[in-house]
Design a protein around this ligand. Structure first.
Ligand code: IPM
Ligand code: MG
Length: 359
């Protein structure tokens, strides 16, 4: 990690290892990061943060506004997984994960769905070239707005309300990101952006329809398509080859990317970038803390390692990013990894070593 030139940038990377399998997969991700950085002459410093459900149980500490401000000065944050069975559901997830997303205005949640090898796919007759698309999930609005609450809670007259918030600005920047991405990807099946919403039943979703149509005018070379979210789930299973870039709401993006993870080989491999172009962004595997596998050295670290590749790409370290991505791709293509999950028979740390060996 020595800088060869004085003007070389040293990155400050925040690390939140988190709960459950989070620390184990993060360790492997950082192992790969260290290996590729030393080869490429990249310099970086890790700043560790203990925030997790476990930490909350010991200290009652959640993420404060001051901490969010501190994070603004980092180049990126790498997160393992958050969620502890003894903590009220979602409390720490909202504080840390949504705290980062909302606090740093990480308006894009970028989730590539890529099948690296046929043997990982649960769908019949689908090959790597059939499953290669990216979901651009709007990451700061929708029904995640936290605007709402309970009235007469705990009584027979209880009312629970939640507001879906869709702003022109929010839809516009997500749509524009999706079109720019499609334009860059130059996929042979497109370039194409598919808008996924539920504007038939949820009429206010037509703000997406209108924004999308307007943004599309700036990208004459990019085809447009549309699917209601229920149909999108069907197409993802039946004809995943139709998709190039999908842009969708926060909640729908959450749901369809779990489905996406399954068709690309499992939660163990899927990664995501929570991005505000040009500002501190956060990278994480999309899986949770999987408490039942914690401390057993069986969790698949490929999602976390893939998050490192996305982080390097975001930082502009394209060559390092490509090397990590290719190492994962070669490893999975080799057939040495029977499945990208806890049942692969390959230990978490051994899998990390296998990626490093292929860098
Ligand atoms: C995800 C997760 C989070 C979400 C949870 C943990 C709040 O499911 O990153 O997909 O809903 O976004
Ligand atoms: Mg999710």
């Amino acid at each position: 990690m020595k800088a060869e030139h004085e003007d070389m940038k040293s990155y400050n990377i925040g690390v939140i290892r988190g709960d459950g399998i989070g620390p184990e997969v993060t360790k492997e991700a950082l192992k790969v990061m260290e290996a590729v950085a030393s080869d490429e002459g990249l310099e970086y410093k890790l700043v560790e943060y203990p925030h997790s459900g476990e930490h909350y149980l010991k200290t009652k500490e959640l993420v404060s506004d001051a901490l969010i401000d501190e994070w603004r000065d980092l180049d990126a944050v790498l997160l393992g997984a958050i969620g502890h069975p003894d903590v009220e559901p979602g409390l720490v997830e909202r504080s840390v994960i949504l705290g980062l997303r909302f606090g740093l205005d990480l308006y894009i949640n970028l989730r590539p769905i890529k099948l690296y090898s046929e043997h990982l796919c649960p769908l019949k007759d689908k090959e790597p070239e059939d499953i290669d698309f990216v979901v651009v999930r709007e990451n700061t609005e929708g029904i995640y707005s936290q605007i709402g609450g309970h009235f007469k809670k705990g009584t027979p007259d209880e009312i629970a309300l939640v507001n879906g918030v869709y702003t022109w600005k929010g839809c516009e920047r997500a749509s524009r990101y999706a079109f720019e991405l499609a334009d860059r990807r130059k996929s042979t099946k497109g370039p194409k952006v598919t808008l996924v919403d539920k504007a038939n039943a949820i009429r206010p979703h037509d703000i997406w329809t209108r924004v999308f149509a307007q943004v599309a005018k700036d990208f004459p070379g990019v085809e447009t398509d549309h699917a209601y979210v229920d149909a999108c789930c069907m197409w993802m299973v039946k004809n995943p080859e139709w998709f190039d870039v999908i842009v969708t709401t926060n909640l729908f993006g959450d749901i369809i990317t779990d489905l996406g993870a399954m068709i690309q080989g499992g939660m163990g491999i899927a990664a995501s970038g929570n991005i505000h172009p040009g500002k501190t962004s956060m990278f994480e595997p999309i899986h949770g803390s999987a408490p039942k596998y914690a401390g057993k050295n069986v969790a698949c670290p490929l999602g976390a390692i893939s998050a490192v590749a996305m982080m390097l790409d975001f930082l502009g370290e394209t060559q390092a990013a490509t090397r990590v991505e290719s190492a994962i791709s070669e490893l999975l293509g080799s057939g040495e990894v029977p499945s990208a999950d806890a049942r692969s028979g390959i230990a978490t740390d051994a899998m990390g070593d296998m990626v490093v060996a292929r860098l």
